[in-house]
Design a protein around this ligand. Structure first.
Ligand code: AMP
Length: 349
């Protein structure tokens, strides 16, 4: 397995100024895996209830998502309902029911434990941690979360934050987590949280130690990526070296802001936006999927991954739920990728 993802598989009821959808297939793992599947094969670790039927399963199978880590339980699947404001950049959670996720204990199969690229999608930080602990030697670990977990499980979230390489978060969540309004200040604080000494006992699941990357998504306005000059600079042959083997050399390395770099990408200017649900997860799926397929983690590839993530997210919001991703093609992704270059490229003189 190239990319392993834990997250929610959910049924969503969504209201936007342009319409509504009831109990439609959604969830962070759903959007992530569909998006990532255009670049590399993703495997999901999640749980669903009796309301998840063969038609829902087919959505994943059509994109060759590995469902061997999907548990079926008695009861109902995770349920989320939300309402978007007119600008579509802000939303309110109306209802959230964990249902079968409430007592879920993720158990990875042997092939999952060998995954090189791991994305801990939006779900309880304790579950994210349980999955990460079972991975033998990840090359890159990404993480996403939302306000719900920041407000209820901050301690658990801070623990897992220290063990990941890339953190993907919304601007409003970045402000909430850092208690800073200015996003550059917020980013510095969050990178500090990600870099703090994990524990005194070196652990093989600690992050690569070569720098942390933070991506702040700004809805239709694009994103800001904060990284260190040497961020994640690993050559393809160079696997992640477990901390215990490297003698815990980075244990006391705190985040040093002197070589902080920023990459700013606009949002793709779309004329039709129906439903922003899943944009964040689709971004993460495209981002991680591209990195896994390129298997290079330098600055150049991180930037390209941001563009691929933004491209897939821009398609996701063109229709309700997963509809647009289900019929998306790789050619459409490549065309919009090229369009992004035309949109943002200019000569200095
Ligand atoms: P996004 O719009 O990318 O943030 O993702 C929206 C998806 O996340 C929806 O399909 C929801 O089912 C799911 N979701 C919303 N809140 C949560 C939560 N607290 N934990 C896990 N999944 C969630």
């Amino acid at each position: 397995v190239k990319i392993l993802n834990i997250g929610s598989i959910a049924f969503d009821s969504i209201k936007t100024p342009f319409g509504q959808a009831k109990k439609t297939l959604g969830g962070s793992a759903t959007y992530f895996s569909l998006a990532a599947s255009f670049f590399a094969q993703p495997a999901i670790v999640a749980v669903v209830g009796e309301d998840f039927n063969n038609a829902h399963k087919k959505v994943f199978q059509n994109r060759k998502v590995d469902l061997s880590g999907l548990e079926h339980k008695k009861g109902e699947s995770f349920f989320w309902s939300g309402k978007y404001n007119f600008d579509l950049n802000t939303r309110k959670t109306l209802k959230l029911k964990l249902n079968v996720f409430a007592d879920f204990q993720p158990k990875l199969l042997p092939h999952h434990c060998q995954s090189q690229y791991v994305f801990l999608g939006n779900i309880h930080p304790k579950l994210q941690m349980q999955v990460l602990k079972q991975i033998k030697q990840p090359r890159l670990v990404g993480l996403d979360t939302v306000d719900f977990w920041i407000e209820r499980n901050l301690g658990d979230l801070k623990q897992v934050l220290k063990l990941v390489d890339v953190f993907v978060i919304n601007d409003s969540e970045a402000r909430e987590l850092s208690r800073e309004y200015n996003l550059v200040k917020a980013a510095k604080k969050i990178l500090g949280m990600m870099s703090a000494t994990p524990s005194l006992s070196p652990s093989p699941l600690s992050a690569s130690g070569r720098g942390k990357t933070l991506i702040i998504k700004q809805g239709e306005h694009g994103l800001l990526m904060f990284y260190k000059a040497s961020s994640l600079l690993l050559s393809p042959s160079e696997g992640r070296v477990p901390e215990c083997i490297r003698g815990g050399e980075r244990l006391n390395k705190k985040f040093n802001e002197s070589n902080l770099k920023i990459f700013n990408l606009p949002g793709y200017p779309l004329e039709t936006v129906f439903d922003p649900t899943g944009a964040g997860d689709s971004f993460a799926g495209g981002f991680m999927g591209y990195l896994a397929s390129a298997d290079k983690l330098d600055e150049h590839h991180l930037k390209r991954a941001c563009v691929y993530g933004s491209v897939v997210a821009s398609f996701c919001v063109e229709d309700f739920g997963t509809k647009r991703l289900e019929k998306l093609t790789k050619q459409e992704i490549q065309n919009r990728f090229a369009e992004f270059k035309r949109l943002t490229h200019f000569e200095i003189e």
